[in-house]
Design a binder for this molecule. Structure first.
Ligand code: AHR
Length: 490
């Protein structure tokens, strides 16, 4: 059995880990919004104003800080005025990207902002640059945020909402290099400057503005956007999905895989940190003070859909391997949180690396959900620098990934054993000598392919882990493919 040493080295000037790293993405795609969130007021599924109560409770439990909506590719064909007013009068549209289904627009601006209020999350709205006008985008922002007696604010009032909402984040287009318009970066940079000018500030509402950023390793996109538009943006996005062999289109299977596929996916997950480092280094040229956020607003695993499901719905299962993908990403985002201050896993419910899966009135939490739940203590906590001495699980894959933070007198150390077969002895040092374990839990499964189903919803969920701290040290044995989170006080 190999030994991993984790030495905590707290630094006074360490940053807080922004809770926004734990944000979500919810698109009009498959069963994410419809059924996943929205069931309608007349549904037998318990709901509040049409929004599922069980889903809201589950999301509150992981303290979702921000929800990005309405897409995704859908955002650049979404016309927000179709989604306001009496629902039975809203026009339908064709969802050309995702399954060619008819979108009835019953979930629109009011419903999304109600969801955010019910969950306690901040809204991140993505505007339509690809097929929308400057006026359309400008009117939407006025509709949501103007306190004045202005045309759009009065329309909002007519639709039942007197007070403006707080709109925290706004994205000017999505994947403008691809589904959002197939643009070149020079062209988009100019469009960004133009559209963004009319994302107005109304009353006290302060909008944090994000420009569409690069796909994976498109460093030229980041360079051009930073050269031409950096003074106009608060954030630049990055999209990177975890795909078998890092090769598009997605291949393999979410649940049926061997050792090689297991490590291929983990290698792809680890690569996200390299991408973050390189894009961030480019951003440093124009923005050495790191004012501009690198917003990784789409990340997570992408496999071929579950057999028998609509290929346009991107419905996939979620195993222990996905849980490790999540912990590897979150650990890396913590390390780079001076630059990466928001990330949004794709997607919240029933799509790609989801937190939650639903089937009619049934609901299950995925292994990824439980990682987010175990990591809640890291939200807004002060990062603790770690010295990590570990072996290699496979080529380019460390045996152990880890992170630590401190908040309200409590230290949390999380460690993942990425080795599919070998347990790890982990020796943690550098804790205060008085530190005592107040809670420790482990997430694992009978196998790495283990996942939760509607018949067996609790196969993979955290259970208590027996560990003690003594004289500032902990020694533990971490089983293969497992994640432990230890909370200490004193
Ligand atoms: O998350 C699914 C899709 O992936 C999004 O709509 C798009 O932005 C990306 O290509």
């Amino acid at each position: 059995m190999s030994i991993t040493k984790i030495t905590l080295q707290p630094k006074d000037d360490a940053p807080l880990i922004p809770r926004e790293i734990y944000s979500q993405f919810a698109e009009h795609l498959g069963r994410c919004i419809y059924e996943g969130v929205w069931v309608g007021e007349d549904s037998p599924i318990p709901n509040t104003r049409g929004i599922r109560n069980d889903v809201v409770t589950a999301l509150k439990n992981i303290k979702v800080p921000v929800i990005r909506w309405p897409g995704g590719c859908f955002a650049d064909e979404y016309h927000w005025m179709d989604g306001i007013g009496p629902r039975e009068e809203r026009p339908s549209m064709y969802n050309s990207h995702w399954g060619g289904v008819v979108e009835n627009n019953h979930f629109g601006t009011h419903e999304f902002l109600d969801l955010c209020e019910q969950v306690g999350a901040e809204p991140y709205v993505c505007g339509n640059v690809g097929s929308g006008t400057v006026k359309e985008m400008s009117d939407w922002v006025e509709y949501m945020t103007s306190p004045a007696q202005s045309p759009m604010a009065n329309l909002r009032r007519k639709n039942g909402r007197e007070e403006p909402w707080k709109l925290t984040y706004f994205g000017v287009g999505n994947e403008s290099w691809g589904c959002g318009g197939n643009m070149r970066p020079e062209f988009y940079a100019d469009l960004y400057r133009q559209y963004n000018t009319f994302v107005r500030t109304y009353g006290p509402n302060k909008i944090t503005r994000f420009a569409c950023g690069a796909n994976v390793a498109d460093y030229n996109w980041t360079t051009v956007l930073m050269d031409r538009a950096h003074t106009h943006m608060d954030g630049l996005s990055l999209h990177n999905y975890t795909i078998l062999n890092q090769k598009w289109p997605p291949s393999g299977s979410a649940t049926e895989f061997g050792t090689q596929e297991y490590y291929s996916i983990l290698r792809a997950a680890i690569n996200t940190e390299r991408l973050v480092e390189r894009h961030s280094a480019i951003m440093d040229i124009k923005d050495p003070g790191k004012r501009i956020n690198l917003v990784v607003d789409e990340w997570g695993t992408w496999y071929p859909v579950e057999p028998g499901t609509n290929p346009g719905f991107l419905y996939q299962q979620n195993t222990v391997r996905d849980a490790l993908v999540a912990s590897v990403h979150l650990d890396g985002f913590h390390r780079h949180c001076e630059r990466v201050r928001m990330t949004n896993i794709a997607q919240m419910i029933n799509v790609l690396q989801a937190m939650i899966l639903t089937k009619g009135e049934q609901i299950i939490m995925t292994p990824t959900y439980w990682v987010f739940e175990m990591y809640v203590p890291h939200q807004d906590a002060k990062r603790i620098h770690l010295q990590l001495e570990t072996g290699e699980a496979d080529t380019g894959i460390p045996a152990v990934s880890a992170t630590a933070s401190q908040k309200d007198g409590k230290i949390t150390v999380s460690a993942s054993n990425l080795d599919i077969a070998q347990p790890q002895t982990i020796e943690i040092s550098g804790l205060p000598t008085s530190a005592k374990v107040v809670r420790a839990r482990i997430l694992a499964g009978p196998t790495v392919q283990s996942h939760n189903t509607f018949d067996e919803p609790e196969t993979v969920q955290p259970v208590a882990f027996d560990v003690t701290a003594s004289e500032g040290r902990i020694s533990l044995e971490l089983p293969p493919a497992s994640i432990v989170s230890i909370e200490l006080a004193g």
